[in-house]
Design a protein around this ligand. Structure first.
Ligand SMILES: NC(=O)c1ccc[n+]([C@@H]2O[C@H](COP(=O)([O-])OP(=O)(O)OC[C@H]3O[C@@H](n4cnc5c(N)ncnc54)[C@H](OP(=O)(O)O)[C@@H]3O)[C@@H](O)[C@H]2O)c1
Length: 307
């Protein structure tokens, strides 16, 4: 399995990670099989959140029971979780909330520590001093090893960095060939095209400059969150993914993941399927290096443009 950097921590992680958002919807036995299968594929990084599956962390509960059932060593995998969303109510990155959320995650995940704690979304009432105090306390207590953010732009990261002393290792962003505004705005610089609109503060380029690892969430989804695979509106994209997939003996879905992995930022892709067969097909993407021409062909087939 291809490895990428976990920010500037010096740690290498599998370029493909298992997204556990739907793990609360499957039986513990199946979840255990999925975790064991992922480890066999060399996927050792698991992305959770305190709200996954039902808004209350049932995904973490199932994950915790599943890895215990397997009897594996805690150190054989890296567990990441996220906090800060109070579903339907507000975002909360206060010190008290972060610490309370991590305690809950640790209990549900049946572990003494998180490898990575990620702030799920920017909270407009966030005080960087409070986040820093929460991170310090969690790190001192050995409850969190590394820290990161999600859906944050460069200025929000800079604001945190005024007070947070730990490196922010990751920024988790929605990113697929059919939701590629981070690429489009970089490509269409100073044009009057729709794609030229910078919606994210140039976060992809910023993360490269600062060595923050971009984690791509919903890598098989289009803008608006539906799947682009087998979507008539993306017929041209699906055709090209199938053709390029055939060349490398991988599925169209895997070709779409290979497109993300080809980007020089060293992206880590979060795969949300709960089906081992789909998961294994996707993992083959890590062995494929698309050519420059193939990368652009897939990009254009998704309706993106060259200015
Ligand atoms: N930070 C954030 O705000 C945020 C937001 C959303 C998600 N995430 C993270 O990102 C992870 C992935 O997100 P996601 O589940 O929305 O995105 P995804 O991995 O792009 O989508 C997974 C969906 O694709 C389907 N699928 C259909 N054919 C497939 C194939 N051939 N191979 C693989 N999948 C196929 C899966 O269905 P089957 O199960 O039937 O295969 C599943 O419904 C989540 O688990 C979570 O960890 C983070």
């Amino acid at each position: 399995m291809k490895q990428v950097n976990l920010g500037t921590t010096g740690v290498k992680v599998s370029a493909i990670a298992m997204g556990c958002a739907r793990m609360g919807l499957i039986e513990v036995q199946q979840a255990a099989k999925n975790i064991a299968n992922a480890l066999e594929q060399g996927v050792t990084y698991f992305d959770n959140a305190d709200i996954y599956s039902d808004g209350k962390g049932s995904a973490e509960t199932v994950f915790g029971q599943a890895w215990k059932l397997l009897g594996i060593d805690r150190s054989s995998m890296m567990i990441q979780s996220k906090c800060g969303i109070v579903p339907g109510v507000m975002y909360d990155l206060s010190k008290e909330y972060i610490i309370h959320a991590v305690e809950g995650s640790l209990k549900r995940l049946q572990t003494d520590y998180l490898d990575t704690l990620v702030l799920h979304r920017p909270d407009m009432l966030m005080e960087p001093e409070e986040v820093a105090a929460a991170f310090d306390e969690l790190q001192r207590a050995g409850k969190v090893r590394y820290f990161g953010v999600s859906n944050m732009n460069p200025m929000q990261i800079e604001l945190l960095k005024k007070c947070v002393k730990q490196p922010l290792a990751v920024d988790q962003m929605q990113f697929s060939v059919a939701h590629a505004s981070m690429i489009r705005s970089s490509m269409e610089v100073n044009m009057l095209t729709d794609g030229a609109v910078v919606r994210d503060g140039s976060v992809l380029d910023y993360c490269r400059v600062k060595d923050i690892t971009v984690q791509a969430w919903s890598p098989l989804k289009r803008v608006g969150r539906g799947m682009f695979l087998q979507d008539e509106e993306f017929a041209a994209l699906n055709h090209v993914l199938a053709e390029i997939g055939e060349k490398y003996n991988i599925t169209p879905a895997a070709a779409a993941i290979a497109w993300l992995l080809r980007h020089p930022a060293g992206i880590q892709v979060l795969i949300g399927t709960t089906k081992p067969q789909h998961f294994n097909e996707i993992c083959k993407a890590a062995d494929v290096q698309l050519t420059r021409q193939e990368w652009y062909r897939i990009y254009l087939a998704a309706g993106n443009i060259l200015p």
